[in-house]
Design a protein around this ligand. Structure first.
Ligand code: SAH
Length: 251
């Protein structure tokens, strides 16, 4: 289970926090680290010092340019946020997140990403809207923001508690009832792009006055946790709508 949990750090600016994250992960048995557009050299003397022997995780980390690339194969993407946002999104507690993991990862091809933001500005709204849910570590509301590696430590600990609480692997719960794989992040992003194209083509959506339409449709779709097959049906409907709209234009 733990090997299918990825820690994603976006735009990190202090190598020490990357080292601290590697240590926190290795302590809790996590190993999959992705760095999205780091704003510092990831591997420095500070990294090695704060990693205290866990720097192999940084050597093996994947560095990519965008969040999409980092989580393309993930079926559940959870953003860690110190603040609440303008458009409310499904929120889970760190404990509830841990409790969801065994079932989530029992599903075929299940893979989970926990996404952390920049030290100075956290995650952007666009990044948060790419997540199925947000997790907030309950802190003093007057001083709510943890150090990045400390936030990783808290969530990695919850992952470990959930893993330790599992029955022996032989008794693990079966995959979801009908065994259908959930849509991956990449499939969802293709669907959202197709949806937006179609809504523009039929004159329902004007990107110049978005009124949070796409954000609301994202939130709705992500809440439903569609299977790959269900997303294929929706894309089929979009394609038919596009063809119909083209025919209408011709006529
Ligand atoms: N100043 C930033 C917070 C940066 S802390 C802001 O106001 O948004 C760096 C990252 O650590 C955050 O983006 C978030 O992913 C994580 N983090 C810090 N405190 C957290 C908390 N209380 N709950 C969840 N994640 C937190």
């Amino acid at each position: 289970m733990l090997e299918r949990i990825r820690i994603v750090l976006i735009g990190t600016s202090h190598p020490g926090n990357i080292g601290g994250t590697a240590r926190a992960m290795h302590n809790m048995g996590l190993a999959d680290l992705a760095l999205v557009a780091p704003r510092c050299e990831p591997l420095t003397a500070d990294t090695v010092s704060r990693a205290s022997g866990a720097d192999a995780l940084v050597h093996e980390a994947h560095t990519v340019a965008t969040l999409e690339e980092a989580v393309a194969d993930c079926t559940l993407v959870v953003g860690a946020s110190a603040r609440s946002r303008t458009l409310p999104w499904p929120m889970i507690t760190p404990r509830a997140l841990g409790e969801r993991l065994p079932d989530e990862l029992a599903a075929p091809a299940g893979r989970v990403a926990l996404v952390f933001g920049r030290e100075d500005s956290g995650l952007t709204n666009a990044e948060l809207q790419r997540c199925h849910a947000h997790v907030h570590i309950p802190t003093n509301p007057e001083f709510s923001s943890l150090n990045l590696a400390a936030a990783v430590q808290v969530l990695a600990y919850e992952c470990r508690l959930a893993w330790l609480a599992q029955p022996a692997s032989g008794e693990a719960p079966a995959a979801d009832e009908d065994g259908q794989p959930l849509a991956s992040h990449e499939e969802l992003e293709h669907y959202f792009a197709h949806l937006e194209r179609t809504l523009v083509a039929i004159g329902f959506h004007d990107p110049a006055t978005p009124r949070q339409l796409m954000a609301r449709l994202r939130r709705f779709t992500l809440r439903a946790r569609p299977e790959r097959m269900e997303l294929n049906i929706l894309r089929g409907i979009l394609s038919a709508t596009e063809r119909q709209a083209e025919r209408g234009d011709d006529g």
